[in-house]
Design a protein around this ligand. Structure first.
Ligand code: SF4
Length: 324
């Protein structure tokens, strides 16, 4: 039920730098339908920074990293939230908005970090390290969050770890994020062995090759990258921090060592900056498309549900993080 043939057409200016004109007509019918469905259903779309530009810039109402999405989800005045991202993000939106219908367009949109740990694993870590607080990255299931003391994101992990006032903490499940935080604090960090399948593929050799091929390039790395990669970069930070860095410093040429749609989305905002784009795609993020967002709104699928007891305990860990 397209609103008018010109609605999507008027959006093309936003993305012409990253979507070739020949590809654009394939998106317009779904964009028009989604914009109309959002009005009909009083729905909003939350899109992670790793979503493709036609989603991020043309149908999303709220965009950002997982912390921004978690925060902004709380002030949403809508009946329906569609999460254009992966499953743990949809669970987090549901935790913070229990009265709203939260939809994820593809139930198989998972995450290698979230899949690396279970609630039983957290209980075992607690047995092994009694009285040591457990800090859990938001990239985990609600069941894992429910067994933890507090959540963190890559944007606030250092602050959260230091807020506990403990000499050592267990930090789950991302080994590299834990090691990158350990390098910045006196708090002893006990890590798990989870990895992001996108960021673990970057190596220091990649950075050296990029610097040789593109002299003067500024290298920004996500803290889910191995510590040796972070050490070779000019700056390390969450997706929001990388985006801020580009806005503030306006480097002539930059490379973002993270999921590749992020470069497209930031490039749209900064036409004066030249982006070098090594492309590591997240296969889970890429399961979300305009077509399945449209189907989610048309067919009210897939509704995210969480066991009430798990939800109560998991919500507490996310709210405790938001209060830091
Ligand atoms: S980019 Fe990595 S951390 Fe993010 S959803 Fe994909 S696998 Fe998970």
């Amino acid at each position: 039920m397209p609103t008018s043939p010109s609605t999507a057409a008027s959006l093309y200016d936003r993305v012409r730098r990253v979507i070739p004109p020949i590809e654009w007509p394939a998106f317009t019918d779904d964009i028009d339908a989604i914009l109309a469905l959002k009005r009909e259903r009083n729905a909003v779309i939350l899109a992670h920074n790793y979503q493709t530009p036609e989603i991020f810039h043309c149908v999303a109402d709220i965009v950002g990293d997982s912390l921004a999405l978690a925060r902004k989800a709380m002030s949403v005045d809508a009946d329906v939230i569609v999460l254009a991202g992966v499953h743990f993000m949809a669970e987090t939106a549901k935790l913070l908005n229990p009265g709203k219908t939260v939809l994820i367009p593809d139930l198989a949109a998972g995450c290698s970090l979230a899949d690396s740990i279970t609630a039983a694993d957290v209980r075992l870590m607690r047995q092994r390290y009694p009285a040591v607080p457990v800090v859990t990255y938001v990239n985990t299931s609600a069941a894992v969050k429910a067994e933890s003391d507090i959540c963190c994101t890559s944007g606030n992990a250092l602050q959260v770890v230091e807020s506990l006032g403990a000499p050592r903490v267990i930090m789950l499940p991302d080994e590299y994020l834990a090691k990158n935080i350990a390098a910045q604090t006196k708090v002893e960090i006990i890590a798990w062995k989870g990895h992001c399948e996108v960021h673990e593929r970057f190596s220091p050799a990649d950075i050296r090759e990029l610097r040789e091929a593109h002299p003067g390039v500024t290298v920004l790395a996500h803290p889910e990258c191995p510590p040796e990669v972070v050490a070779e970069a000019d700056f390390a930070g969450s997706t929001a921090a990388m985006s801020d860095y580009v806005g503030r410093h306006k480097p002539a040429r930059v490379v973002l060592m993270t999921e590749c749609s992020m470069s497209d989305n930031v490039a749209v905002e900064h036409p004066e900056v030249d982006f070098v784009r090594p492309c590591n795609l997240c296969p889970h993020m890429k399961r979300i498309t305009l077509a399945n967002i449209r189907a989610a709104l048309e067919e009210n699928r897939h509704i995210v549900t969480i066991d009430p007891d798990v939800a109560e305990r998991a919500r507490h860990t996310v709210e405790r993080m938001l209060a830091v």
